[in-house]
Design a protein around this ligand. Sequence first.
Ligand code: BJ8
Length: 421
Amino acid sequence: MSQYENIWADLGVDLKKHDRLLRGLSVLVRRLHRKQKHRPKAMDYFDDILNDPHGHRVKEMAEHREQGGIVVGSYCVFIPEDLVLAVGGLHVGLCAGTNFAEEDADMYLPRNTCPLIKASFGFKVSYSCPYTQVSSVIVGETTCDGKKKMFEELANHHPTYLIEVPQKKNKRTREFFTEELLEFKRYLEKLSGNEVTAERLRQGIDQVESKFRALQRLFRCRQADPSPISGLDALTIVQLGMQDEVNRFAKQVNRLCDELEERISQGIGVTAKGAPRILIAGSPMSLPNWRLHNLIEKAGAIVVCEESCIGTRLFSKLCEPKGSTVRHLVEALAGRHLGINCACFTPNDERVEDVVRLAKEYKADAVIHYALQFCHPYNSEAGKVKKALDAEGIPMLEVQTDYGDSDNQLSMRVEALINMV
Ligand code: BJ8
């Protein structure tokens, strides 16, 4: 029996289902992460979290709530963690990357719903995720239609708040989004009983952006040839950053980067120099969606970058406030978030430009455009991305998958791409 079982039970977690979930996760970690060679020593911190994914951090969150604090869960990088920190709250990313609770989700959502939505919602209605259970509120957003409609149903199962995200980027929608975030600020103040002062918000932004800077540093290390870290490990770190305490996480990523930079100076990598380098662009890969990285790296190539919200879209933009009042800072947050080139925007040419630029910066030999099944925004953009990459002579493979287990066909296509570059 786990030392955390009482906490999970108090949160209303279905212990039997949860036990199955944890066992499945531990098999995956043994099969994928532990089998890798030449891993950096400073992965020890992240391995400890993987070994105990719902333990220590869930306990911290449950204790925070017992002491009167709030925990805010969300499914999208458009929800600013900075504002949550400014009211003394904790933030947790709840997106799920497994079909574990698909059957539970199918009772409420259309079958042809994106697997990320089904998985995340399924965790709620199956009571199998302690992070979902510990959330005082889940904050949704109006990005894709599937999510919008899921949030309507979610509100029947959990306290929910919705932020309207514009679909176009211009001065008017930036003003609108600023007002939307100010409204969210007022909501958080009421929920927590704490006021957002300019000083607290500045501190919140500094903490979040020190995490972003640490991730930027990690990704710069991946530009080296040979890369000092596998794509699987780098992806896992970004995934774990959705739940971990922000300062501790940034410190550990920086500690890892010290080692990676040392490795780079000595020419030490996880593959031989010259191994095929792959950039993945598209739908976010939430924990434990490690399938594509595993296939690519098992075939002898290395994933050097993810153009994704569990990747560069999360951390590339920083705030540029034009003053120091709360309104100035919230305006800067709106600007930072509207700089995220999610496929839910139209037009969204900036994302196509990002993929081409990143492919060059990371010296990628090929791009895999990854879209989840029924994810219309990313599936629809694949053609434009391919055209732009074709013009630069960079090969692209278009992949569309769900969270199912069958790898055969995907594996053959990935190997064919790697043999070609
Ligand atoms: S900012 S990518 S985190 S919305 S994969 S649920 S788009 S059907 S997750 Fe996303 Fe925010 Fe955009 Fe990023 Fe819909 Fe597509 Fe599913 Fe998606």
